[in-house]
Design a protein around this ligand. Structure first.
Ligand code: F0G
Length: 486
């Protein structure tokens, strides 16, 4: 029995105070606006600059970090894959996102993904053999690229003592958050989804993993507003890509692409654009690799919107909104936002993952486009689904939003922006099984089903459908069908 309860309480309190925060003082947060540039410690939980409201970056004092001499030295981390930190395709590059101490890292073995040469898809796009590559991020544990970012945000959330984490989602962020919560038991997952706006593969993940699932009457853009308000009000940790730590993890997709290309820089990275977290993270990855001196040139970035959710395309290609070292005017973007409000315009595409009209990372994405001499294109649902069928036929498949990258590469090739001898990497962001309803509707022989799921989206034909053959339960009919079909 202690002599004095006060001293016990004091000891506990003291221990809490002196327990070292498992974050690194070589890292800090900084407002992306050059006019503001305010800095904050990595221990603060922020999703916008408290001074001016702009987005935040995680930044590093590179000269205080022990970095491998060359980028290719990261290959040696493979030999240490019995350590969870080096097994992860994200944390294998820890020195390039060193905001947390090694012991603080939360990993479920994310980032074991593949870059595949895809000549069959390349032929469809119009590339010379050997020039088109697909980066399969659907191979992540929750089936999408989100795990790259979630391991980083989750690490930060846990280090800062969060007990609840939330996101708005078109499905993949929520599946990823729910998975990290259920595997680690470190936090409760609260997810906000637009009612009827999420594919079954993704919804089933969140439900199975046990997340508190809040369905809002509205779409992703509505859910995003509400989750921000709720997190603010209840002090819940927000893991959407406005969280700067999320994007740190997503940088590693680019590191793995370079690694798979033997550290050669491709000519193009083509990525679907939704909330614009990936494109922003990719731009930051190349900015930092150049700043460190690991690379001397960067690939061009092509961001592909769905035509029914093409705010970035409208702003960048038609209204000339530019970053201009952070000095570019956002007046046209603000005016467009008001127009969308006045017309009550809602995003609409079969690629539900990117059905977003108000991308939260717009300004970071404009910065990435400027740094990587980028272009933006939009593709319609017909083009997305045809490209998706080609990806499936030529490889391991992807969900509709991911195929926007291939459809976009084809468009840029048709326009002569990409040349057939360029080396092009399309990012396939999510797994084929995320949205079985769309895939089955594309291949179906049932016209009513096709019309119900796809016809209302303006999809008129399934040019590359692989239709099931219906046969009676009769051996000779079955044999006939096998011999004479296809
Ligand atoms: N592809 C897939 C499969 C996605 O799930 C998303 C975004 C994107 C592309 C767009 O990426 O936002 O970085 O531009 N999905 C989010 C979600 C919005 O809630 O799962 P981005």
């Amino acid at each position: 029995m202690p002599s004095c309860w006060c001293s016990v309480l004091f000891d506990i309190h003291f221990q809490l105070l002196v327990t070292p925060v498992p974050l690194n003082d070589v890292a800090f947060q900084r407002c992306i606006s050059p006019k503001c540039g305010e800095t904050f410690s990595v221990e603060q939980v922020l999703t916008s600059c408290p001074k001016c409201g702009d987005l935040l970056d995680v930044r590093y004092e590179w000269d205080r970090i022990e970095l491998p001499e060359k980028l290719s030295d990261f290959q040696q981390m493979w030999s240490r894959r019995n350590e969870p930190r080096r097994f992860s395709g994200v944390w294998r590059f820890h020195e390039l996102l060193p905001f947390a101490k090694p012991d603080a890292i939360v990993t479920v073995g994310e980032g074991q993904t593949l870059l595949q040469k895809a000549d069959q898809v390349g032929e469809y796009v119009g590339m010379q053999p050997g020039q088109l590559f697909l980066q399969y991020e659907g191979m992540n544990p929750s089936g999408s690229f989100k795990d790259n970012g979630m391991t980083a945000a989750f690490t930060h959330a846990k280090a800062t003592g969060a007990k609840q984490a939330a996101c708005a989602s078109t499905g993949n962020t929520s599946a990823s958050l729910a998975m990290y919560c259920s595997v680690t038991r470190a936090m409760r997952a609260i997810i906000f989804i637009g009612s009827g706006r999420i594919s079954y593969g993704k919804l089933s993940q969140a439900l199975d993993y046990g997340a508190l699932t809040v369905q809002i009457t509205g779409d992703f853009d509505d859910a995003m507003v509400r989750v921000r308000e709720t997190c603010e009000e209840l002090g819940i940790y927000l893991v959407n890509s406005v969280n700067p730590f999320r994007l740190e993890g997503q940088k590693t997709i680019m590191f793995r692409v370079l690694e798979a290309l033997n550290w050669e820089i491709p000519d193009w990275i083509v990525v679907p654009g939704g909330n614009l977290g990936n494109s922003s993270a990719f731009g930051k990855a190349f900015m930092e690799l150049k700043e460190i001196g690991y690379i001397d040139r960067v690939p061009r970035l092509a961001i592909i919107n769905a035509a029914g959710a093409d705010t970035l395309h409208e702003l960048h290609e038609r209204r000339n909104v530019r970053w201009l070292d952070g000095e570019g005017s956002m007046a046209a973007a603000d005016a467009y936002s008001i127009e969308m409000d006045e017309e009550n315009r809602k995003a609409s595409t079969i690629a539900s993952a990117i059905e977003i009209n108000r991308p939260v990372n717009l300004r970071k994405c404009l910065r990435a486009l400027e740094f990587c001499d980028g272009v933006v294109r939009h593709v319609n649902d017909q083009e997305i689904l045809d490209a998706k069928a080609k990806v499936g036929a030529g490889g391991m498949g992807c969900e509709p939003a991911s195929a926007a990258s291939v459809a976009g590469a084809k468009l840029l090739r048709d326009q002569g922006v990409i040349s057939s001898s360029d080396r092009v990497v399309c990012i396939l962001t999510g797994h084929l099984l995320k949205d079985p309803t769309t895939t089955v509707a594309y291949h179906t022989t049932d016209q009513a089903k096709f019309n119900e799921v796809l016809g209302k989206r303006g999809v008129r034909r399934a040019s590359f459908a692989n239709r099931a053959v219906a046969v009676p339960n009769d051996l000779s009919e079955i044999i006939n069908a096998i011999q004479f079909c296809g």
